[in-house]
Write a protein that binds this ligand. Sequence first.
Ligand code: AVJ
Length: 322
Amino acid sequence: STPTLIIRRLEGPEEQEREALDELRAGLAGSPKELQPKLLYDGHGSELFERITRQPEYYPTRSEAEILEQHAPAIMERYRPEELFEIGSGSSRKTRALLEAMLEHGGSRYVPFDVSDDAVRAAADVLCRDYAELEVRGVVGDFHTDLHAVPHPGRRVVAFLGSTIGNLMESERRAFLKQVHSLLRPGDALLLGFDLVKDREALEAAYNDAAGVTREFIRNVLVVLNRDYGADFDPERFRYRGTWDAAARRMDIGLVATAAMTVRIEALDLTLDFERGEYLRVEVSGKFSPSDVGAELRAAGLEPVQFLFDRARRFGLAVAEP
Ligand code: AVJ
């Protein structure tokens, strides 16, 4: 059979653009100034992130892949979903273990959902080629606003992998998990990947790789702002910083201005002043204990039924039911 591919954009371009500008303005008005992590994933940024996942210091992708390879068959045997709905699917590379196990147990639909249309399209193309019996329905959207608009035609497993949940602040996580709860019916399940709290050394190494790929990934956000928002940032005058904030239990990741400067952002009709040494936060990457995750799931009406780990216990996968 021929696989089908539908790219759905859930919001009109004007609406998307207006929201993006409002968010950008709000973030830059804060202290510290803050950007939205999704700005990192233009075509080049998505490629850089893929390169990060292959760096020796960046364990999360490998650890999660190990968990999925080991446990996907039992998970799919237990839930026997018609579809796998993956939020923030990116390249869908780790998803293969889940897809293969789902196909074994009669499921046939994959719904990758991502902000990057390039990523959804590329992943869908490759998966359609590699799995002839798989039906792929790609969805391009923002998981903060667009999840409710995705149809729910049958039993599903929803996956939110890679510890992307760590990009969200606590109040955002609460709202997000409630949204996810509304995507599930009895018999469905959520697979939530989360990075575990660990020692500062291992964490800071993962976000300060020796090859400098993370630095390039984060600095690329300024190129995105210059190109897409008419800004005039000089990336050379910002230094990368990725440090562990033990009290907030998150990596704080961003750029430090190496000199006082003024930056213009045409799309916002905004002139921004930076002091020398001022921090521009680009993302946070929260780390969790299984009990933190369990409590947040329960608060959203989800029941954690299993916590799975890699052998070195660096990363976790929660299985939860509505
Ligand atoms: C894609 C958000 C899971 O937080 O580890 C990797 C992004 N940033 N290195 C993470 C990231 C710098 C990544 N997530």
